[in-house]
Design a protein around this ligand. Structure first.
Ligand SMILES: C[S@@+](CC[C@H](N)C(=O)[O-])C[C@H]1O[C@@H](n2cnc3c(N)ncnc32)[C@H](O)[C@@H]1O
Length: 271
């Protein structure tokens, strides 16, 4: 397989992605809507966290959500059915080996997927092939290098670097957000624009303190503890101090910032 997925597919990860999606809904998706009748490909839908937002925000669009993982697709299907959404169709598929008719989608949406791929540019090129000329791609990614917080903590930054290093060893890139512009351009998209979306959290925003600082970001870093220690990247004590310090940023005088990058590009009509 030409991809590697460092977070795994367990239940906890599904919950984390769910928290991530519902907390960030407004920040990331308020300007994502596809016209009625348009055909949208959601590549790497996972357990459907973004799928339900897409389907709700674009009730008239026909959404095809694909993933390489059958178990994630089953979870996504269940979620969409439970929400009573009828404009989504699921299919098991590999981004690098798509069997769809060329130029058959009006829009492509790909969120938190490129960071896990060793060849993100190739993935974008493959997605461009199934996009109609003049069609658009929207890609959303995080960038762990954009993390800063109060109180500052070198141990917390060291714990975050474990995730970055492990993802790199698995062939991915946890710092990919900053590269979306050059990647989309290199893949041949036109009119590329990138909109950085900073999540700013302090205790006046309790939903984000819980949903983002604690249950999304800190939980994700905490999740790599065993792998990081086994790989000899960090001393267990330093890692645990880092997690404690990340939790500390969620207290009443703490502040936490992280930036997502949302890119949009257009497929040329002259290809
Ligand atoms: C971090 S999850 C993101 C899921 C979803 N987009 C979200 O934001 O909640 C990444 C997903 O990409 C899928 N994926 C990875 N490589 C893939 C490939 N080559 N083709 C299709 N899906 C892939 C994984 O199975 C996983 O479900």
């Amino acid at each position: 397989m030409n991809h590697s997925y460092v977070h795994g597919y367990d239940f906890r990860e599904g919950i984390r992605l769910q928290d991530q999606a519902s907390t960030l809904d407004e920040l990331l998706h308020s300007d994502t809507a596809f016209p009625a009748g348009s055909r949208v490909l959601e590549a790497g839908c996972g357990v459907g966290a973004q799928t339900i937002i897409l389907a709700r925000n674009s009730p008239g669009a026909i959404i095809k959500s694909i993933d390489i993982s059958e178990s994630s697709l089953a979870a996504a299907k269940q979620k969409v059915t439970a929400e009573g959404l009828e404009n989504v169709h699921f299919q098991q598929a590999d981004i690098f080996n798509l069997k769809f008719e060329l130029e058959s989608f009006d829009h492509v949406f790909v969120c938190f997927v490129l960071e896990h791929l060793s060849q993100p540019r190739k993935a974008l090129e493959a997605l461009k092939k199934v996009l109609k000329p003049g069609g658009t791609i929207v890609s959303i990614e995080g960038d762990h290098g954009s993390t800063f917080f109060y109180p500052e903590s070198e141990a917390a930054q060291a714990a975050i670097r474990c995730q970055v290093e492990l993802q790199k060893r698995a062939g991915g890139n946890a710092l990919i957000g900053r590269q979306l512009y050059p990647l989309l351009r290199a893949a041949g998209f036109q009119e590329v624009t990138v909109s950085p979306r900073m999540v700013y959290v302090d205790s006046s925003r309790p939903q984000l303190v819980d949903g983002f600082t604690r249950r999304t970001f800190t939980a994700m870093i905490e999740g790599v503890r065993d792998s990081a220690i086994t790989a000899g990247i960090i001393d267990p004590q330093l890692f645990d101090t880092g997690i404690k310090d990340l939790c500390r940023t969620a207290e009443s005088d703490g502040v936490f910032c992280y930036t997502f990058f949302k890119a949009r590009g257009v497929k040329s009509t002259h290809e």
